[in-house]
Design a protein around this ligand. Structure first.
Ligand SMILES: Cc1cc2nc3c(=O)[nH]c(=O)nc-3n(C[C@H](O)[C@H](O)[C@H](O)COP(=O)(O)O)c2cc1C
Length: 405
């Protein structure tokens, strides 16, 4: 992630986080009043993982962006800021904007919107604020703002709440770009006057309401928000699929294989000189229950390969979450792997790594050719496992942990 500064309206410095691959389709995230770009943390992460480049902006008077002296905080200034940022981006992003940010984005994109952005997503945006609710929220935000001072308390002063609704209803029919309106169940956001009229006026929109009562989808249902957002993006801002064809680069094939999530093992044995050998491998698969067989695929070029293939017995140690350093050690060069690892000998003499999630001690059953790897099949003579530990996982070239849905 890098921090980038844009030039906003009147030269005001606007700060943003940029993450993801620069070749991926871009998303611009715009937070609401009294928030900062930090509010998008989980959503931004999910978008990057789904192959998007994410620019997460702090509005003027918020977070790391400039808090202009004399404080021009009217809606028009915010709108011009956003248009300036869009003009400075290399490609047209989909703009995802929450609450107050939605007001800014709707008005900013109602002129020439499709030249500036590839789509618009409005999250929890009320078309008309209930004056009492607006007052309560304003007061609450001001209190929070004074405490943590991550936004300028004057930032709401310049917004004429009465004028906004009319401006939005005016902007609606001119939003000529794919639009997704997504709202949680907070009743004043959903039922506020003008909401249906605004939705209907949008030329190319999908409206989605998350059913649970009294929730803001933005903060309370981040995962539901992300799911709808990704579905919309896949349809309206499709990524070109990566493709491998026989004969083309091995890197794309490796990346394709990396989409299959696995656990991680360290395969160990004793060399013919009695010294322990071992390497990290995620190509482990169970093969048969009767007889009990498993396999691992070992690169013929690996330093361990020839000794492992000759070993009468070998072990597969399944790693648990705290053994990431062990995985790195047994995949890296230039370290005495066993000197830095606690281990003991199994019944068949093979090295078993202490504290593993489980281990299989095997007798070599067969060795098959498999291109630049060989397939080592073992007959399990002893298996042990620890039911209370979580596995270390590997997916798309990175370590992962279990996440229970
Ligand atoms: C997560 C992960 C999984 C791996 N899986 C395998 C595998 O299944 N087979 C293999 O031959 N190498 C695999 N490797 C690579 C080896 O661990 C690495 O090349 C190691 O340095 C080989 O050691 P050696 O040359 O001492 O035998 C993997 C590496 C990592 C980080």
């Amino acid at each position: 992630m890098t921090i980038h500064h844009f030039k906003g309206f009147g030269g005001v410095r606007l700060e943003a986080d940029i993450s993801g691959d620069e070749n991926d389709p871009a998303i611009l995230l715009v937070h609401g009043a009294g928030q900062t770009r930090a509010v998008w943390g989980t959503v931004a992460e999910g978008l990057v993982q789904a192959g998007r480049r994410v620019v997460s902006l702090d509005l003027r008077g918020h977070g790391g962006s400039e808090w202009p002296e004399g404080g021009r905080y009217d809606l028009a200034a915010h709108v011009e800021d956003l248009r300036a940022v869009l003009a400075q981006l290399g490609s047209r992003p989909v703009v995802v904007a929450a609450t107050f940010g939605g007001w800014i984005a709707s008005i900013a994109l109602s002129v020439d919107g499709s030249n500036l952005a590839a789509g618009l997503v409005l999250v929890d945006m009320p078309v008309r604020s209930d004056p009492q609710v607006a007052k309560d929220i304003g007061e609450r935000l001001r209190k929070v703002g004074t405490k943590v001072s991550d936004w300028d308390n004057r930032a709401l002063d310049g917004v004429d709440l009465d004028a906004v609704s009319a401006q939005l209803l005016d902007a609606g029919p001119s939003l000529k770009l794919p639009t997704l309106v997504i709202r949680g169940g907070i009743s004043w956001v959903r039922q506020a006057e003008g909401t249906k009229e605004f939705d209907k006026s949008l030329p190319d929109a999908e409206v989605f309401e998350v059913a649970d009562a009294d929730l803001l989808v933005m903060t309370d249902r981040t995962e539901a928000l992300l799911a709808h957002l990704l579905d919309f993006l896949e349809r309206k801002q499709p990524r070109t699929a990566n493709e491998f064809r026989a004969g083309s680069d091995a890197r794309t094939l490796r990346d394709a294989m990396g989409c299959f999530a696995t656990g991680i093992t360290v395969v160990t044995a004793l060399g013919d000189d009695g010294a322990p050998i071992g390497l990290t491998a995620n190509s482990f698969t169970s093969v048969s229950l009767d007889p009990p067989l498993l396999l691992v695929c070992i690169a013929k070029t690996s330093g361990t390969a020839h000794r492992l293939r000759e070993a009468e017995h070998f072990a597969v140690n399944m790693l648990q979450t705290s053994q990431q350093p062990t995985s790195n050690r047994f995949a890296g060069k230039g370290q005495d792997r066993f000197a830095a690892t606690a281990w003991h000998s199994g019944e068949t003499g093979v090295p078993l790594l202490d504290g593993s999630l489980g281990s299989f001690e095997c007798k070599r059953h067969a060795v098959h050719q498999g291109g630049d790897h060989f397939i080592l099949i073992g007959e399990v003579v002893r298996a042990q496992y620890e039911p209370r530990r979580d596995p270390l996982l590997y997916f798309r070239g990175k370590y992962r942990r279990l996440h229970f849905a």
